[in-house]
Design a protein around this ligand. Structure first.
Ligand SMILES: NC(=O)c1ccc[n+]([C@@H]2O[C@H](COP(=O)([O-])OP(=O)(O)OC[C@H]3O[C@@H](n4cnc5c(N)ncnc54)[C@H](OP(=O)(O)O)[C@@H]3O)[C@@H](O)[C@H]2O)c1
Length: 355
């Protein structure tokens, strides 16, 4: 860092996650001497907000990526596959929001409340986990540390903002048309109409797999972050898209190694960083997507014994997919790298793209 802060690139600055990253960098006072927003060629010249100022987006190019200390990238896997290593080669540390680098051996996958020490292993890229995995583990890691978790069965209820700006527009346009007795515009972002519907598909089915890529991510990323094998922790995920704009909800069944009473679970979570227990169901008090939207914490409630198994609890976990699920954790990783003097590319570091 040169005196008054870092030179920071924000790739995907016109997107849902990128805009939130810019907002949080300014709001949290991250030390920056210059912030440069990048978009595709399409949006070059578009103005984006950073604190009280407006910044003009630039397209990525060999010249434009020179001279950065830190880059926060959320422009999709293809962009990160190509440009993250190029930024690293030019001397910047990249915090990447896409799925491209997450399972790479040389790339730590970090949730700041769960495995911050992993960040020290970076070779230029630190990956930000998938939003569904992120909010689930902020809530479950304290239980895993206390009593061990051997099995998780999760169903997600994911908002359209998780697919980016175009999906938000698609839900709004379809809903508006149907409420005005018109035909809904044809589905473009999703395989079916999302308005007044529920889709048991988040992302895609790769050839031959009956789980989606989102479900596979939840299973694999959970184990990488907790540092456990498939034998040590079984995870089963069903990911569902619902016609909600912001805030992701998850129904989670957890089987612990040691017995854990619901009261003890609430006590552990009440003391956990980044978690708020919202659990008085008799009074209608439980986590809601509308309450989580715009907040950095993960809300947990409906904590109850699973009557079918003595070491299982059920709970309802809700977070803002754009905040803790993406931008907040990315900025917290940047803060962690700054605090631990890790905003530097180790000598000779090269991160090669997976074959
Ligand atoms: N939304 C979430 O809740 C969430 C959570 C976690 C992770 N993520 C991940 O974050 C990434 C972005 O998601 P999003 O929801 O913010 O998507 P989005 O709203 O669609 O934004 C995409 C951004 O990427 C830029 N972009 C696209 N192609 C580009 C290119 N060739 N070169 C440079 N920039 C390019 C777009 O710029 P233009 O304006 O020029 O098109 C835009 O700024 C994805 O990989 C997603 O999986 C999203």
């Amino acid at each position: 860092m040169a005196g008054d802060g870092y030179r920071i690139g924000v790739v995907g600055a016109t997107g849902a996650v990128g805009a939130t990253i810019l907002e949080l960098l300014a709001a949290r006072g991250f030390p920056a001497r210059e912030v440069v927003p990048f978009s595709s060629q399409r949006s070059a010249g578009t103005k984006v907000h950073y604190g009280g100022s407006e910044l003009e987006c630039r397209p990525l190019s060999a010249d434009a990526i020179q001279g950065f200390d830190l880059v926060l990238s959320s422009a999709g896997g293809k962009v990160s596959a190509e440009w993250a290593p190029r930024f690293v080669e030019a001397g910047a540390v990249v915090v990447d929001n896409t799925s491209f680098w997450r399972m790479h051996d040389d790339v730590p996958l970090v949730i700041t409340e769960v495995n911050p020490d992993a960040a020290a292993e970076h070779r230029g890229i630190v990956a930000n986990p998938n939003c569904s995995t992120m909010q689930m583990l902020v809530a479950l890691a304290p239980l895993h540390r206390a009593v061990g978790i051997e099995r998780i069965v999760v169903s997600t209820y994911q908002p359209v903002s998780g697919t980016g700006r175009r999906a938000v527009e698609e839900l709004k346009a379809q809903t508006h048309a149907l409420l005005h007795d018109s035909d809904a515009p044809a589905a473009a972002v999703y395989p079916h109409r999302i308005a007044f519907n529920v889709l048991p598909q988040v992302e895609t089915f790769k050839a031959g797999d009956d789980y989606t890529t989102e479900e596979r991510k939840m299973m694999a990323e959970t184990r990488k972050i907790l540092g456990v094998s498939e034998e040590e922790l079984k995870v089963s995920a069903t990911c569902v898209r619902v016609p909600v704009l912001w805030g992701e909800s998850e129904s989670v069944n957890v089987q612990t190694r040691e017995p854990l009473a619901p009261e003890e679970c609430r006590r552990l979570l009440a003391g956990a960083a980044g978690v708020v227990v919202v659990d008085a169901p008799g009074d209608g008090v439980y986590p809601l997507a509308t309450e989580a939207a715009g907040r950095d914490e993960v809300l947990v409630g409906r904590i109850r014994r699973d009557p079918s198994h003595e070491r299982c609890l059920n709970m309802w976990i809700v977070g803002d997919n754009l905040r803790k699920g993406a931008a907040t954790n990315a900025v917290q990783i940047a803060e962690l790298l700054h605090q631990r003097e890790l905003v530097r590319v180790p000598e000779g570091a090269r991160v090669a793209a997976p074959a």
